[in-house]
Design a protein around this ligand. Structure first.
Ligand SMILES: Nc1ncnc2c1ncn2[C@@H]1O[C@H](COP(=O)(O)OP(=O)(O)OP(=O)(O)O)[C@@H](O)[C@H]1O
Ligand SMILES: [Mg+2]
Length: 222
């Protein structure tokens, strides 16, 4: 305080002043970087909370009334879904590979779609958690025959041919901690979106592959 008036001279002159300026600049840069990180975390948290709110809301409404249709970039839904299962992906050292072919935006109920993708990546993570061998989930987003699709594939044990489409039945589970709700609900949600959820026929030595097909795009107005 005493030397406040001399601060300018002190900073401008001599070695010490120069060093303090450099130090202050560094501190400033670090604060700036941290602010960026915190902002990103907050954004993630905000989306998370929004999703939870939407899930609760949609359950309360008993999914009777139609959802909100907005233009959605599908990869952002995959981002959100992966974020929601991030803990178990980390814990079980599961690698995620993403393949995205530009699909543009798709008019869809974002929260219904997110619930489906969360169920699919959640199941994939559960199939891999005790799996020996590669633990990898591949999520592919792209248009197939004019219809946007999200494919979730894993390197787990897969679904036995004898079981097949029974995985979609209400209450069908093979897990100690399972309820058999996820895929049943997801198949219904997919239908509500005007799309379809299917299990690919098993391939020897490969894990499970689920394909969510959304409604074909309208032809572009010209
Ligand atoms: N990726 C997968 N790999 C192998 N089996 C799977 C996979 N996804 C689903 N299944 C099989 O389908 C069953 C039903 O899945 P679903 O998500 O409906 O229920 P759950 O995961 O058992 O329980 P919940 O989702 O209610 O917690 C699972 O118990 C499992 O046997
Ligand atoms: Mg499940």
């Amino acid at each position: 305080q005493q030397h406040r008036d001399e601060l300018g001279t002190f900073l401008a002159d001599g070695d010490r002043g120069g060093q303090i300026l450099k130090l202050l600049q560094k501190v400033g840069e670090q604060l700036e970087a941290q602010r960026g990180e915190i902002a990103a975390e907050l954004e993630g948290l905000r989306r998370h909370v929004e999703h939870v709110k939407a899930v609760v809301r949609s359950q309360q409404e008993a999914a009777k009334s139609g959802g909100v249709i907005e233009n959605v970039a599908l990869p952002t839904v995959v981002d959100d879904a992966l974020r929601l299962v991030q803990d178990s992906l980390d814990k079980h050292r599961i690698e995620v590979v993403r393949e995205e072919v530009a699909t543009g935006e798709v008019p869809v109920d974002r929260h219904r779609l997110l619930q489906i993708v969360v169920n699919l990546v959640g199941n994939a993570a559960q199939a891999l958690r005790d799996h020996d061998g590669p633990r990898r989930i591949t999520v592919v987003v792209g248009d197939v025959d004019g219809a946007p699709q999200i494919t979730v594939r894993d390197t787990g044990p897969g679904v036995l041919k004898e079981i097949g489409d029974r995985v979609f039945r209400y209450g069908f589970t093979t897990k100690k901690d399972g309820h058999g709700f996820g895929l049943h609900a997801s198949a219904l949600l997919a239908r509500e979106l005007g799309g379809q959820l299917r299990l690919e026929p098993p391939v020897q030595g490969e894990g499970a592959t689920f394909v969510l097909r959304l409604p074909a795009r309208m032809a572009e107005a010209s």
